[in-house]
Write a protein that binds this ligand. Structure first.
Ligand code: DGL
Length: 272
């Protein structure tokens, strides 16, 4: 395994939504250098087949391995659902691979939730990854999944706190399958941006539903792993690099929704 604490952490997502995970990791581990890859040429992943997502993951994973990342985070629930084992095999003993699902499943089990709602892309929901992993640990937990395909494009278009997002969120969360839940997992790395709106929705109805955003849970989990394995970078901060497979100015502008600082995107035509 790469045990060099100075090596970067690699992350990727279908686009820029995974920057919510990048933010959360830097909050936990401020000295780390990140190499981020947003596959903007193939956005969204949510409606693609599992085989296609595995092909994208293989190509991007190889790129991140070429950057000598000590850790690779699949900062996308859709790719985490269908391509995690494949990427682990590809990385072998070169890098530790993390998905954004397992740490959240552990949290659900540890907190003893009994009726769990899961919202995410079509790909994530159709894979049943959350349901299977939760029920493998505790078959008595009821998992209610709902595909919410409008949310990621809505968030990427900047509709996060207004009439449009209120209506769309309300429509989805009023679905019969999501009534009587004690927690709601936001199973998409875009959704931390609407976490507050979702909490407000439940507060307005006087309903006690805990809302779990994957980015923070995953970042805490990775930090613990890195401390245990002695690969935290305690030296002076390195630089973060952000690659995209297709560059447009609008992508660059949109990054400000997801990432605290303004960033320059570098076009990396991996698929040409
Ligand atoms: N950020 C991706 C995820 O967590 C969803 C966006 C997409 O459909 O590409 O699943």
């Amino acid at each position: 395994m790469n045990t060099n604490a100075q090596s970067p952490i690699g992350l990727f997502d279908s686009g820029i939504g995974g920057l919510t995970v990048a933010n959360a990791i830097l909050q936990q581990l401020p000295n780390e250098s990140l190499v981020y890859f947003g596959d903007t040429a193939h956005l969204p992943y949510g409606d693609k087949s599992a085989d296609t997502i595995r092909y994208f993951t293989k190509t991007i994973g190889s790129f991140l391995l070429s950057k000598e990342c000590k850790i690779i985070v699949i900062a996308c629930n859709t790719a985490s659902s269908v391509a995690f084992e494949m990427l682990q095999q590809l990385a072998g003993d070169k890098a530790h691979v993390f998905n954004v699902i397992d740490a959240v499943v552990d949290e659900v089990i540890n907190r003893k939730y009994k009726n769990v709602g899961v919202i995410g892309t079509l790909g994530t929901v159709n894979s049943n990854a959350y349901k299977n992993k939760i029920n493998a640990k505790n078959p008595n937990v009821n998992v209610h999944q709902l595909a919410t395909p409008l949310l990621a494009p809505m968030i990427e278009s900047g509709f996060v706190d207004g009439q449009i997002s209120h209506l769309v969120i309300e429509e989805y969360l009023n679905a019969p399958s999501l009534q009587d839940i004690d927690t709601l997992v936001l199973a998409c790395t875009h959704y931390p941006l609407i976490k507050k709106e979702i909490e407000d929705f439940y507060a307005a109805k006087n309903k006690k539903v805990d809302v779990l955003a994957t980015n923070e849970i995953v970042a805490v989990h990775i930090k613990k792993f890195m401390i245990e394995n002695g690969i935290v970078n305690y030296e002076k901060k390195g630089r973060n690099t952000f690659y995209v497979s297709d560059y447009t100015e609008s992508f660059e502008k949109t990054t400000q929704l997801f990432y605290k600082e303004s960033i320059d995107l570098i076009q990396m035509p991996l698929f040409k």
